[in-house]
Design a protein around this ligand. Structure first.
Ligand code: BZD
Length: 801
């Protein structure tokens, strides 16, 4: 799209008058931001409108990505970049005396997700638009996103996230596209005049599902996809007057995001959320489809519905319901159509995170779906018990012991199932979903995650992006695989110096933010050692802390070490007390080392509150070390590992999730690996393990553990809890088993740091190898091997205005 900076200025002034009846110069920054966002939305509008019918008219297959969470991050700069108008807009703003970065910072980030899963969904939407796949997000418009995290006395405190306070400029309410979603009541099966079975609903609660659409702009392409999020409201003008309580039950459905990323509480409200966005999404897809096509049997030819984790797995039964009850297909045709339309990604191996619903709960909320799930279960058992035997089928079936197993439902009802890294897919097939993989071996495939280099490199890391332009030309901006050309420069000292300077610029910026936020002065000359992700025992932030305490003792004993700043950012689920204890521990250790003159300047700890996409954009470009230290076999993939390598951090990692593929990509001499493999972990679990003996044999480790309970760290009960988790409760995540090799790997990095060009050469190889983790490639593989949705050929669309 073409735009001059003069046009930018004119459009902005007009928007200020239209929106706020004031001149741009008089507006507070928040409103200046809103005016600019309004201009951008207006510029994209005509192309978005055209895109909505374009795919149907061309007969191009559409992908609907169903996810209970999305985390798009701030959209203004990203939209400007994708529209190809970042430069004229920034120049125009500067001419007006406005600071682009300050305006971008006015945007409230939609935190409609917990972590990797939600962020992946948004990266995929961005990537689909970029590569020309007609993609649609389908999710929930929560009034409150993930809580805002503050620290009070080192403890996590959660504040509500009122992200819609100033209204979201990007969304468009589409009241005319609302649909009705039904819960509860009774369903009787009747026959109509033609003898078709028709369910009759009695006493159901009706919920009005109103879509809010946000444009997902394709990078430098006149292509715009849509993220559609559903909001729950009472049905307007319903004949029955609702009590306040009944209205509240309805609006509660989309009031808040569940803040738990790993432990599913099996609550009724969660089930209602899941059905709500699944039913609304499928109803609107089928209705839209039938505007262009005659028969629902054609659905899989033109529509792919992807189930992101099991939260939307009710799609299997809901699509059956629509095809059977509303479109009167036979069971066999409906089932074939359903399976051919749906595909499913699993994101976790943690048993406590695998969703199951008590039959009573589901039957009461979704009586018709319960009938259908029983029938799916019955037919599954009938079909497969013969060939596979009762025992295996019992383990694989969706309804077992009064519980409905959502992963089973998703696998049975999908044509393809994928894990998110090679190891993860392997473990799914051989462990977590072993029985289903025996029955459907061809269904299971791997699709390693990816990240969008636009946000993490072009936008978040301008210094590195500029370096790449100079060294290898700007082709990498459209095709991340081109970054590989950088590898040839590893012996060029001028390039290495430029790389060091780019990293330094980012570190200076982050140091400023740390000072502002925590009041902690840090030097950008230190090693910035980063661990950013949800707080969880399996991710082993605790191992990182033990590493800090080891360094603390070493420094106090007079050892010399390169100065290191340990940077953490992580939210803990509000109900996850152990994770909250670790937060308290990190903050307490920070207090100790940051105030101890004996380690002055050589060791510091900064725990930045309120981790979200925007904070990650500040931390990732400034990282020297990327800690990816989960217990092998636990982290499905990880994506911060990919972002951090892309921006030139060196990975300190276990052989877990996508770390294994990162090691393959960069070569083992460009990554610091340590710890047990997944197989060794499994063997050790069987053999038994004595963490106390390990602690006893290592004086420094013993001292660090002692510090948890001897009063040197004012931790309250947290110290004892953590101490006991390791030494009394047999250290479930093998922190002590991997401790020695972790320290060793970390010391190898200290050694490398003493040779700046040596370090920079390794960082450079990481950047050069990062292209294969671009989400663009990942969605191309999904499109080819799962969705069978070809990207649009170039030149079919034009910018509209
Ligand atoms: O998904 C994460 C995995 O832990 C990561 O290894 C992986 O990289 C990403 C993307 O595939 N899983 C989650 O983020 N899970 C959740 O956030 C979640 C949310 C709600 C309920 C259960 C889990």
């Amino acid at each position: 799209m073409n735009l001059t900076k003069e046009q930018v200025s004119q459009l902005l002034h007009e928007a200020a008058i239209t929106l706020f009846a004031d001149s741009l110069e008089e507006l507070p920054p928040r409103q200046q931001y809103q005016a600019l966002a309004f201009v951008v939305k207006g510029l994209a509008g005509p192309t978005w409108a055209a895109a909505k019918h374009g795919a149907d008219e061309r007969g191009q297959k559409q992908v609907y990505y169903f996810a209970i969470e999305f985390m798009p991050g701030r959209l203004l700069a990203s939209n400007l970049l994708n529209l190809g108008i970042l430069e004229p807009v920034e120049a125009g703003l500067r001419d007006l005396g406005l600071d682009p970065a300050a305006l971008y910072a006015e945007e409230t980030e939609p935190g409609l997700g917990n972590g990797g899963l939600g962020r992946l969904g948004s990266a995929f939407l961005d990537a689909m638009a970029a590569v020309g796949i007609v993609g649609n997000g389908n999710g929930v418009r929560y009034d409150q996103g993930l809580f805002e995290q503050r620290f009070v006395d080192g403890y996590q405190v959660e504040l509500p996230d009122d992200w819609l306070r100033d209204a979201d400029v990007w969304e468009t309410r589409k009241a005319d596209r609302a649909v009705i979603v039904r819960f509860g009541g009774q369903v009787l099966l009747d026959r109509d005049r033609l003898g078709q079975i028709t369910p009759v609903y009695r006493g159901a609660e009706e919920v009005f599902a109103v879509p809010y659409d946000t444009a997902i702009i394709g990078y430098h392409q006149p292509r715009i996809d849509t993220m559609r999020l559903w909001h729950a409201e009472p049905v307007p003008d319903a004949p029955e007057v609702l009590t306040a309580a009944a209205r509240a039950r309805i609006t509660a459905i989309t009031e808040t995001l569940y803040p738990d990323d790993s432990n599913l509480a099996g609550q009724e409200l969660r089930l209602r959320q899941e059905y709500f966005f699944v039913s609304a999404g499928l109803q609107s897809i089928v209705a839209h489809f039938l505007k262009y096509h005659k028969s629902v049997l054609q659905l899989p030819k033109y529509v792919a519905v992807h189930i992101n984790d099991t939260h939307p797995a009710l799609a299997v039964a809901e699509l059956m319901r629509l095809l059977l009850d509303e479109h009167h297909l036979s069971w066999e045709s409906a089932w074939q159509t359903t399976v051919a339309t749906l595909s499913y990604t699993n994101h976790t191996l943690l048993p406590e995170a695998l969703e199951q619903w008590p039959v009573d709960l589901l039957a009461a909320q979704l009586p018709r779906l319960w009938q259908l799930i029983q029938e799916i279960d019955r037919r599954f058992r009938l079909r497969y018990t013969g060939p596979f035997g009762q025992l295996l089928v019992d383990r694989a079936a969706p309804v077992v012991d009064g519980q409905i197993k959502m992963a089973a439902l998703a696998v049975i009802g999908s044509h393809t199932v994928n894990g998110v890294a090679k190891l993860h897919t392997q473990l799914l097939k051989t462990q977590t979903l072993k029985e289903l993989a025996t029955i459907f071996p061809a269904r299971f495939v791997n699709k390693t995650n990816g990240i969008t280099p636009r946000r993490w490199l072009q936008l978040a890391d301008a210094p590195l992006a500029g370096l790449l332009d100079v060294q290898i030309g700007p082709g990498w901006r459209t095709d991340a695989r081109d970054i590989a050309a950088l590898a040839d420069k590893q012996d060029d000292p001028a390039v290495l110096d430029a790389l060091i300077a780019a990293k330094q610029a980012n570190k200076v910026a982050l140091a400023g933010y740390i000072q502002e936020t925590l009041g902690l002065r840090v030097s950008p000359a230190m090693i910035f050692d980063v661990q950013i992700k949800r707080m969880h025992a399996y991710k082993r932030q605790l191992l990182h802390v033990l590493g800090i305490l080891e360094a603390y003792q070493a420094l106090r004993a007079g050892e010399k070490r390169p100065p290191r700043l340990h940077i953490f950012a992580a939210k803990a689920a509000p109900s996850y007390t152990y994770a909250k204890d670790i937060i308290k521990l990190i903050n307490t250790v920070a207090d100790l080392v940051n105030h101890d003159p004996a380690v002055n300047g050589a060791l510091q700890v900064a725990f930045l509150p309120n981790y979200n996409v925007s904070l990650a954009e500040k931390i990732v470009p400034a990282a020297d070390i990327s800690e990816q230290i989960s217990l092998a076999g636990m982290e499905a993939s990880g994506t911060s590992n990919m972002k951090l390598m892309t921006d030139g951090a060196i990975t300190l990692a276990t052989l877990d999730g996508a770390n294994i593929e990162i090691a393959e990509a960069v070569g083992t001499s460009n990554i610091a690996l340590f710890g047990m493999t997944a197989e060794e972990v499994a063997a050790r679990r069987t053999a038994g393990y004595d963490p106390a003996a390990i602690a006893e044999a290592d004086p420094r480790l013993k001292k660090s553990l002692g510090m948890l309970i001897d009063g040197s760290l004012p931790l309250g009960s947290a110290g004892h809890t953590i101490y006991e988790s390791l030494l009394v409760d047999h250290d479930e995540y093998f922190v002590l088993a991997d401790y020695a090799s972790y320290i060793h790997a970390s010391r190898v990095l200290d050694q490398l740091w003493t040779d700046p060009h040596g370090w920079a050469a390794v960082a450079l190889q990481n950047i050069a190898a990062s292209g294969r983790f671009s989400a663009d490639d990942t969605v191309r593989r999904y499109a080819k091997e799962i969705w069978h949705a070809l990207p649009a050929r170039g030149g079919q669309e034009k910018w509209q205005n």
